[in-house]
Every structure is written in C-alpha cells, then in structure tokens.
Design a protein around this ligand. Structure first.
Ligand SMILES: [Zn+2]
Length: 320
C-alpha cells in the first residue's frame, strides 16, 4: 500500500484494509501497523519499527521510503515484514511522548504506568508482535531511533540482554549498515527490542541513527549506508561488506533518577560516548553518589529530566 506514513499521520485508515501488488500481499493491522507478505518468501521474518519516540523522524521517513519502493516494485521483498510506526499520536505532535516514554513500557511494564495513549499503544504493539512472531524461529527486529544528543559515534546499535549469543550474521549486518559502535545490555529493560528478544527469541537491536530533528529537516544522506543495508536485507541479498569494525561496549552501570534531588554532573552538551576517568563524580541523588568505577567509562543517553525511578543515563565500558 502507498502512503503508509501520510495515512498514519492523518489518523486515517486506508479505503481497503488489504491488497496485493505484483510481488506481495499487504494488510493494514492497525494504525501504523502494516504487514507485508511476499508471494514467494525465502527468508526469515523481519520487524522494522520506527517512531516509538515521536520526535525521532529520520528513521520514520526512511522506513516510509522503503515501503513505497516495495509498493512500486522497485524493491522485491523476500521475507515477511511487519512495519510499525510506534507512536502515531506523538509523531503527529512532534514529541518524544505525550504522557510517558513508551520505550520503558514493554514486557507488560505498561501496567505499572498511569493509563494513557502510550500504555494502550504498548499493549496493542505487544499483541501485534505476538501475532507476527509466535511460532517463528529467529526473526529479526530492528527498532530505529535517533538520539536526543549528539554522539561521538552518530550511528550505533543497542542490544538487549539475552541468554544466548547474537548470531554472527546479525552482527555482521550491523557493521555493513554503517554502525560505528555496538552496545550490549547486561540487564532486562522495558524496551521494544528487549520484549521481542525475550518473548520471541528474535535477534533484536535498537538502532540509533544520528540526532533527532523535525520532519523535513533530516539529512537522509547521513543514513545512506543504513538504508542501503536495509534495502539489501529486505531484498534477500548480502549488504555491501564494510571493513570498519564497530567498537563494542557493554553496560557497566545505570544511573537512575530516584528523587527530585537528583543532580547529573554533566552539561547539556555532553555527547553520547564521552569518556570519564575512574573516580569522576557523575551524579548525586540525596545520599546516593554515582562515580566512575572502571579505568574509563563512557556515558550513553544522559538525561536528567526523566521521571523519578527511570534511567537518567548508562555508563559503558569497552569489551576487549
Ligand atoms: Zn528513541
């Protein structure tokens, strides 16, 4: 179908809920949720999501362009795809979220938040994932975001904690998609990718692609490598191999805002992956003091304004 993004942003439903092109059959499952099944699928299913945060528009535009290419037959899908625009209400408002951050709510955590558009949407998306991924072996899920802050490595992937190692082909794809850093969680979380990994054993990654900008102001050439790798993935061909190996990090600790007294000792300009040396005071929260414990740690997603109880930053260390 055409104009998936435009219809979603307008709050419209398509005249027909399903249809066919020469190469695939599509079905509109819900606002911002579109399933595409190629007439001849030869590869494993893929969930491609964007706009879980409504102000992160570049990957939303990229996803829409890829779907339009598939609709016009310029890109021939070889795998079932579930395309998701995560938070349509926040996309319309140009805001990260309207009530609460949806990417903390998955895995049923939405039940712990006051009921809102976001808690209802997280529940709907969990059901859509269940419908698409139940009984499917080792699907891939790429959840595309842009960071709030600038980053020393503008393109990076964040991987949910999982019991078994990631497939080599999944990590190789990240390299070929132009990612400069790979960050591995060591604890569960309420992210969309943790949910798909934990519940359906998907190979899942949160892709962070540059810095958040409004619709129309994104320099999509910055994402050309990632888009080319996505196009290759959708068409069942290997992505052009790149030689640069992404740096690898794991989460050493999380800084959590517990109270109104929370103070983050970083400037509003501190970029993702800024290095801090052992002993540096990072944050204070009443009697709780956060300091760097390893020789060098790197900050990711510093955000002092989160709601109490939520993550105000991650500290990373490199993996040898
Ligand atoms: Zn995001």
């Amino acid at each position: 179908m055409q104009d998936f993004l435009a219809l979603t942003l307008a709050g419209d439903t398509p005249a027909a809920r399903c249809g066919e092109t020469a190469h695939c059959r599509w079905m509109w499952w819900d606002e911002g949720v579109l399933q595409l099944i190629p007439h001849r699928a030869s590869d494993r299913p893929l969930v491609l999501s964007a706009g879980i945060h409504g102000n992160e528009t570049a990957p939303v535009e990229m996803l829409d362009e890829l779907l339009n290419e598939a609709h016009r037959g310029e890109l021939v899908l070889t795998r079932p795809v579930l395309a998701i625009l995560g938070n349509p209400a926040a996309l319309r408002a140009g805001k990260r979220y309207l009530s609460d951050d949806m990417n903390r709510m998955f895995g049923g955590r939405w039940q712990r938040f006051p009921e809102s558009g976001e808690t209802r949407r997280a529940c709907v998306l969990e059901h859509c994932m269940e419908r698409f991924l139940s009984g499917v072996d080792a699907a891939w899920h790429l959840d595309m975001h842009t960071a709030i802050r600038g980053s020393y490595y503008p393109r990076f992937g964040v991987f949910p904690a999982r019991a078994t190692p990631y497939e080599a082909s999944f990590l190789d794809w990240m390299r070929d998609a132009g990612l400069q850093a790979l960050v591995f969680h060591r604890a569960p979380g309420g992210t969309f990718t943790h949910f798909s990994s934990d519940h359906f054993d998907a190979q899942s990654c949160t892709l962070e692609l540059g810095k958040a900008q409004p619709f129309g102001q994104n320099d999509l050439t910055q994402f050309a490598l990632t888009k080319a790798a996505l196009r290759a993935l959708l068409s069942g061909v290997p992505a052009a191999r790149r030689d640069e190996t992404p740096l690898r990090f794991e989460v050493a600790s999380q800084i959590t805002r517990q109270s109104e007294a929370f103070k983050l000792h970083m400037s509003a300009q501190t970029q993702n992956f800024t290095a801090f040396t052992c002993g540096t005071l990072l944050a204070e929260d009443g009697d709780t003091v956060y300091r760097v414990e390893n020789d060098t740690e790197y900050v990711l997603f510093p955000n002092p304004t989160v709601a109490p109880g939520l993550r105000a930053g991650l500290m990373l260390k490199t993996i040898a």
